[in-house]
Design a protein around this ligand. Structure first.
Ligand SMILES: CC(C)(COP(=O)(O)OP(=O)(O)OC[C@H]1O[C@@H](n2cnc3c(N)ncnc32)[C@H](O)[C@@H]1OP(=O)(O)O)[C@@H](O)C(=O)NCCC(=O)NCCS
Length: 171
C-alpha cells in the first residue's frame, strides 16, 4: 500500500512507537486502548515493542521508516492468542489494518495458535467490519459496552489473502 512495509517490531522502535502514539487522534487512541493516551507512559511504549515467546508485534512503516500501523498478539486466556491493532488516522481506510491482522495471524498459526480473540468497543463499527471480513465465522459476545470476539484461525483464508500481495511483508 503506497510503499508501506510490515515488519516485526524491536527495542529500537521505542521512539518511533512513541511518536506514532502521540500522533493518533484521541478517538483512535480510545478505540485501541479504551482510554485516551495524550502522553503515553514509557511503560506502555515498552510494552508495545516487547517481543518474546508469548508476544508478537508488527509495525507498518512508510518508506522513510515512520510507523503508521501497529498490531500485536499475545497468549490469551479465552483463545490461543489475543490481538489488537491500530492504524494512524491518515492511513485508515487503505487496507493496512486487515493486512497487519492477517500477517500477525499467519505468524501465530505457524507457531501453533488455532483460536484468536479480540476486544472491541461496541461502537467501533470499522473494527467490527474488519473482523467480519477477516473472520466471517467469528463469535461475538457483548459485555459492558465492549464486544469480545473469538474465532478459529483459518489458514486457507490467510494464505489466500497473503498470496494476493507482492511479497509476504510488503503491502
Ligand atoms: C480498525 C482499524 C485497525 C482498521 O484499519 P484500516 O486500515 O482503516 O482498515 P480498512 O482500510 O479495511 O478500513 C476499514 C473500514 O473503515 C472505513 N474507513 C477507514 N477510514 C475511514 C475514514 N477516515 N472515513 C470513513 N471511513 C473510513 C473503510 O472504508 C473500511 O470500510 P469497509 O469495512 O466498509 O470497507 C483502524 O480503523 C483503526 O486503527 N481504528 C482504531 C483502533 C481500533 O479500533 N482497533 C481495533 C480494536 S483493538
Amino acid at each position: 500500500m503506497l510503499g508501506t512495509q510490515i515488519r516485526p517490531a524491536g527495542p529500537g522502535d521505542e521512539e518511533r512507537v512513541r511518536r506514532f502514539l502521540c500522533g493518533l487522534s484521541l478517538h483512535t487512541q480510545t478505540l485501541r486502548f479504551f482510554t485516551g493516551q495524550p502522553s503515553p507512559a514509557a511503560s506502555l511504549v515498552r510494552a508495545l515493542v516487547a517481543v518474546n515467546e508469548r508476544r508478537d508485534v508488527l509495525v507498518a512503516t512508510t518508506p522513510d521508516g515512520e510507523i503508521v500501523g501497529h498490531a500485536m498478539s499475545y497468549q490469551g486466556g479465552v483463545a490461543d492468542v489475543e490481538v489488537a491493532v491500530v492504524v494512524t488516522d491518515d492511513w485508515q481506510g487503505r487496507g493496512l489494518g486487515p493486512c497487519l491482522v492477517r500477517t500477525l495471524l499467519l505468524r501465530a498459526f505457524v507457531r501453533g495458535a488455532r483460536t484468536v480473540a479480540m476486544d472491541v468497543m461496541g461502537e467501533n463499527r470499522r473494527a467490527l467490519r474488519l473482523i467480519r471480513r477477516v473472520w466471517p465465522d467469528a463469535r461475538m459476545t457483548a459485555c459492558s459496552g465492549a464486544v469480545e470476539v473469538t474465532a478459529m484461525i483459518d489458514p486457507a483464508v490467510l494464505f489466500a489473502e497473503q498470496g494476493s500481495v507482492a511479497t509476504p511483508l510488503t503491502v
